[in-house]
Design a binder for this molecule. Sequence first.
Ligand code: GRF
Length: 199
Amino acid sequence: MTPVVAVLASGRGTNLQALLDDEVVAAALAVVVSDRADAGALDRAGARGVEALLHDPAGFSSREEHDVALVEVLRGLGVEVVCLAGYMRILTTAFVRAFWPRIVNVHPSLLPAFPGAHAVRDALAWGVRVTGCTVHLVDEQVDHGPIVAQEAVDVRPGDSVESLHERIKAVEHRLLPACVRLFCEGRLVVEGRCVRVTG
Ligand code: GRF
């Protein structure tokens, strides 16, 4: 049976859109949650008739309390797989343990290079010629879990953070739905730091 999927997103939601446009993933998607009322992701979910929830951090006194409440909401909806698509909060141990190894994140660099919130800026500043994107499982350290898929993107002369991020996102929009689809099809096997695709 296809697992029930939730997407957590804080921003424009272009990756969420790519997930909504994948028919296997869209069929499994029960809810989109954001920590920001103005997240484009909430509008995109609503436009497709997918439940869109604001889980406002302001309503909680600690990150732990916030995450425990979010786990309860997701469990209540039967969620089994969580996809972070531009979710700008660091998950607490309680959240990670509740869903491990079924949390997936997309990050705009070739991890382990350039973790953190400014990966594209940091890669440009370092002068790398090649960067890219990574889809990985989320563990208790930031941008650290086992890698599901990666793809390289060349840095071009004269690139700005915006132009480079735009090309990386074009790749993310292919890679993330493909990986979530593998989850939906039960084809990912985690062996230590390595993720094997079956079938
Ligand atoms: C993406 O580049 C993703 O890699 C990063 O946040 C960005 C989200 O963009 N984690 P969007 O909101 O999906 O457009």
